[in-house]
Design a protein around this ligand. Structure first.
Ligand code: UDP
Ligand code: MG
Length: 317
């Protein structure tokens, strides 16, 4: 296989404190990889400014002017991390590359693992997924919710290895296949795992954020998780149907029992507590199931509108 042209996709949302030193560090890595003949000298960075409201874009423009490796695109507003990565991957596919790596702007993911990614790529892998060694830098809350999410996804049939992240290498071939998926809310972790291309895994260390704060909050993590589940599994819907069936059966049996009791033993006013309890339980289950179905209706609603995934404002090539 020929030495690849590598494109590094970096989503940035209000990363004015990080972006400069991130590019410096990646530049050093690029020099090393080019000198050791692992990547071609026309390899580049592709920064996606996800509608930052700070000076991120100004810094990117500065970097672009002094460093020919820096290419970038700016969204018209904030579209979220998944869209930023997606736009980055689509962007580098159009510009041209043999493989692309997506990495966070805060360089929490150890950039030196990219060398191992390239080795795996040269060994024939189309997708090389980064797996975190541990979650030391994550809060207790994030650790538990992430674990819960991956467990749920696996039970539901979308086999995503835990401690997976959006730090991965994908080949040109994978990018071409991605173009065939027209979902607006493509869940990248799900897509790259189920697509069927040869996949390798590389372990890496997670570092603390270079500077600034996490751009994810409870709601955005929740949205990501719900989108992941509803776009990659219909098992919950089936579960609702099965649950409904058994609940109906149970209700029928209780009904029969009540009637028999009334006819033969004539003691009807008993069971007030039971009535209230059943009312609450059934009410709860019904609301939960409605909400669950609502999530899928929402997913259909968003997809059917077929709005653009993101809107570009400016591009620096
Ligand atoms: N990010 C983005 N759009 C958003 C939120 C985050 O492009 O709406 C980027 C952010 O700039 C960073 C990456 O996604 O490069 C991961 O975000 P962050 O480091 O804040 O998340 P964490 O590491 O805490 O999960
Ligand atoms: Mg981070």
């Amino acid at each position: 296989m020929n030495i690849p042209t590598l494109a590094v996709v970096i989503p940035c949302f209000n990363e004015e404190l990080c972006i400069k030193s991130t590019i410096e560090k990646l530049d050093v890595l690029f020099d090393k990889l080019i000198n050791s003949g692992k990547i071609k000298s026309d390899s580049y960075f592709y920064l996606v400014d996800d509608g930052s409201s700070d000076s991120t874009w100004d810094i990117i423009e500065e970097l672009h002017n002094i460093n020919s490796r820096v290419k970038a695109v700016k969204f018209i507003r904030n579209f979220g991390n998944q869209k930023a990565i997606l736009a980055g991957l689509e962007g580098v596919r159009d510009i041209g590359c043999d493989c692309a790596v997506s990495i966070d702007a805060d360089l929490q993911q150890d950039e030196n693992a990219i060398e191992n990614f390239i080795d795996e790529y040269m060994n024939g892998a189309d997708i090389v997924s980064g797996i975190r060694n541990d979650r030391k830098t994550d809060s207790f809350f994030k650790k538990t919710t992430a674990l819960l999410f991956y467990k749920t996804m696996n039970i539901l049939g979308a086999k995503i290895p835990p401690n997976h992240s959006d730090y991965r290498l994908v080949s040109k071939r994978a990018l071409d296949i991605m173009e065939l998926y027209h979902e607006k809310y493509l869940f990248l972790r799900g897509f790259f795992n189920e697509v069927g291309l040869k996949t390798s895994y590389v372990h890496f260390d997670v570092k603390p954020r270079l500077a600034g704060e996490s751009k994810f909050n409870f709601m955005s993590l929740m949205t990501l998780a719900l989108n992941g589940i509803t776009s990659y599994s219909v098992v919950p819907l089936r579960f609702v149907a099965v649950l409904g069936f058994f609940m109906a059966l149970f209700g029928f049996l209780v009904g029969v029992e009540t009637v028999i009791e009334k006819i033969f033993w004539h003691n009807s006013p008993n069971g007030w507590a039971t009535t209230i309890i059943l009312l609450c339980i059934f009410g709860g289950i019904q609301l939960f199931c409605l909400g669950l179905i609502g999530e899928y209706v929402g997913q259909v609603f968003r997809e059917v509108k077929a709005r653009p995934r993101y809107i570009k404002d400016k591009e620096l090539l």
